[in-house]
Design a protein around this ligand. Sequence first.
Ligand code: NCD
Length: 314
Amino acid sequence: MEKNSASLFGKSVVALKNFSAEEIRLVLNTARKMKQIVRRGGEKKLPNLRGKSIVNLFYEPSTRTRTSFELAGKYLGADVVSINSGTSSIVKGESLRDTLRTIEAMGVDAIVMRHKAEGAAEFATQVVKPIIINAGDGAHAHPSQALLDLFTIEQRKGRLAGLKVAIVGDILHSRVARSDVYAMTKMGMEVHLAGPKTLLPRFFEFDGVKVHESIEHAIQGADVINVLRIQLERQQAGLFPSTREYARVFGINDNRLRLAKDDVLILHPGPQNKGLEISSEATYCERSAIQEQVQNGVSVRMALLDLTLNGGNS
Ligand code: NCD
């Protein structure tokens, strides 16, 4: 294996736009080691982050991301506390800055945060000292999700470079799509985006990516299809005619999958609107790696926490 001199030690993780290919490679290789440890059975706990404390600060709902960051920290021996905006002083109107400062005053080493505002994680890096790991900021970025997408693809396909990936659906509101595009292009993948015109970015922000209004063009010959959730909570009314129409024209189902490669890998970050952007058959078929994405999320988040807080030294 080539020598990789990248290091994430002491760094915050805000967006993959700022990551080099070597840094992404470092996370994927570390996640592979973490997965072997987690899956070998018996005691999962490692001492790597013993004595460190991590707070999960989530201003938006989450099942997968929050639970996997929590488990990841615990498997590495850290003390982890999760704060839910609905049951904290946030409901009393405390500002983000004051909440972050309060957490900092308790001496934590890292804050994993999710917020509805784009730029919230970057803001946090400017107002407090602990390492900030962005677990999603509005429609901007969701780095750990893109890293687990890459990890899942590499585990199933044995490589990343040269694969054709189609990302389909609500690109406009998707922080997953944004992070995927940066990560996938850096790793040499060919990225195609497709969705209704009203759900495509209005100006073109990505280099080297093909954008299609026809889903058929995007998924033709694809090795991987990443199906995005329609972000009903981030939509102004009227961006597409009806959910039935969306399912008919853009939904991923058996018929559409025939256009892709026979061994196409189906991804979805979850949670799914079943029957809208994806059919039940597509979710549960053998080509779907949706459950593996969830499983891999723990190993990838262990890698991120270990690399940033401990330098990856075991
Ligand atoms: C994603 C998110 O929150 O951005 N979900 C996740 O983290 N698994 C995608 C989504 O909500 O559609």
